[in-house]
Design a protein around this ligand. Structure first.
Ligand code: GDP
Length: 298
C-alpha cells in the first residue's frame, strides 16, 4: 500500500547505501564492515547499537561460513529483525474500561497530529474515544483539539482555564459516567530540561491514578524520528519521570534516517506501538518489525 512506499522512501537513503555496499560484489572483509559501520552511524543507529549489530553479524558470518559480500544483506536483515522484534507489541486498548492513555512529548514531535490519528485508529477498532485537552499552556492546542473533535464526532473535555491535571481528572470521570472505552489525554509539549514542567507532568500522572486506580494504563511518548540521537535522551527523561510504556515514532516518511529505532531497541527497549508515515489521519501504523526491515533493506 501507499504507506509502505512512504516508509520506504523515508528510509531510502540508508537502504540504498547498504544495498549498494553489499551488491558491489567481492569478499566480506574488514573494509566492508567498516563501511557498514559508517552507514549505520550516519543513519542514527548510534555507537552502542551499531557495535551490537556488527558483533551479531560477524557471529552469523562465522557460524554460516559466509564469504561473499552479497550474502550479508540477508544476514543483516536477520540481525536487525532480532533487535527490533521485541519492540513490536501492539497497543491493546480494550483491556480496561476506560483505558486511559496519557500522551507526552516535546513540542513539534507530532503529538497533536498523532492524537487525531490514534483516535481514528481506535474508533476503527470499534472503541469509543474521549479526548482530554490537557495542553493548558497553549490556547491554540486546546482549540485545535476541539475543532478536530467536532469534525470527527469525538467528545473533547476542555476548560477555559485550570490546570492539566484537573482537566484530565474530569475527563476520566466523564468517560466512566458515559461508558467510553478510551481516554486520550493530551499534555503540554515540554522540554525535558524544564524541571518544573517535568514535575507538572508527574503530577498529572498522579492525579489520573486518583481518578481511576491503575490508570494511566499507557504512557505514550511521541518522538520525531528526525531528531536522531536526541530522541534517546527524550526517552530517558520521560521514562524517568513517568515510566513510558509505549512510543510513537513520527515522520518516518520524511528525511528520517530511521536508524534511531535500533538505538532505542538497544538502550531503552520500550515497545514502539505506532509509527507515523505521513500527515494524514490514516498515516499511523502499528509498528511491525518485518515491514520496517523490508522497507529499509528491500
Ligand atoms: P506537536 O507540537 O507535538 O503537537 O506537533 P504537531 O502534531 O502539531 O505536528 C508538528 C508537524 O509535524 C505538523 O506539521 C504535522 O503535520 C507534522 N507531522 C506529524 N506527524 C507526522 C508524520 O508522521 N509524518 C509527517 N510527514 N509529518 C508529520
Amino acid at each position: 500500500g501507499g504507506w509502505i512506499a512512504r516508509l520506504k522512501s523515508g528510509l531510502a537513503r540508508t537502504g540504498n547505501q547498504i544495498t549498494d555496499l553489499f551488491s558491489r560484489g567481492g569478499k566480506i572483509d574488514e573494509d566492508l564492515y567498516e563501511e557498514l559501520e559508517t552507514i549505520l552511524i550516519t543513519a542514527d543507529v548510534g555507537m552502542t547499537a551499531t557495535n551490537a549489530l556488527l558483533a551479531d553479524l560477524r557471529h552469523l558470518v562465522r557460524e554460516r561460513r559466509l564469504s561473499e559480500a552479497e550474502q550479508l544483506k540477508e544476514a543483516l536483515a536477520e540481525c536487525l529483525l532480532k533487535l527490533l522484534k521485541p519492540l513490536a507489541q501492539p497497543l491493546q486498548a480494550d483491556t480496561h474500561k476506560p483505558y486511559v492513555i496519557m500522551m507526552c512529548g516535546v513540542n513539534g514531535a507530532g503529538k497533536t497530529t498523532s492524537i487525531g490519528k490514534l483516535a481514528k485508529y481506535l474508533q476503527g477498532q470499534g472503541l469509543s474515544v474521549l479526548l482530554a485537552a490537557g495542553d493548558t499552556f497553549r490556547a491554540a492546542a486546546r482549540e485545535q483539539l476541539m475543532t478536530w473533535g467536532e469534525r470527527n464526532n469525538v467528545t473533547v473535555i476542555a476548560q477555559q482555564s485550570g490546570d492539566a491535571a484537573a482537566v484530565i481528572y474530569d475527563a476520566v470521570q466523564a468517560a466512566q459516567a458515559r461508558k467510553i472505552d478510551v481516554v486520550l489525554a493530551d499534555t503540554a509539549g515540554r522540554l525535558t530540561t524544564q524541571a518544573h514542567l517535568m514535575e507538572e507532568i508527574k503530577k498529572v500522572k498522579r492525579v489520573i491514578a486518583k481518578a481511576l486506580p491503575e490508570a494511566p494504563h499507557e504512557v505514550l511518548l511521541v518522538l520525531d524520528a528526525n531528531t536522531g540521537q536526541n530522541a534517546l535522551s527524550q526517552v530517558k527523561a520521560f521514562d524517568e519521570a513517568l515510566g513510558v510504556t509505549g512510543l510513537i515514532l513520527t515522520k518516518l516518511d520524511g528525511t528520517a534516517k530511521g536508524g534511531v529505532i535500533a538505538a532505542i531497541a538497544k538502550a531503552h527497549p520500550i515497545p514502539v506501538r505506532f509509527i507515523g508515515v505521513g500527515e494524514g489521519l490514516d498515516d499511523l501504523r502499528p509498528f511491525d518489525a518485518e515491514d520496517f526491515v523490508t522497507a529499509l533493506l528491500g
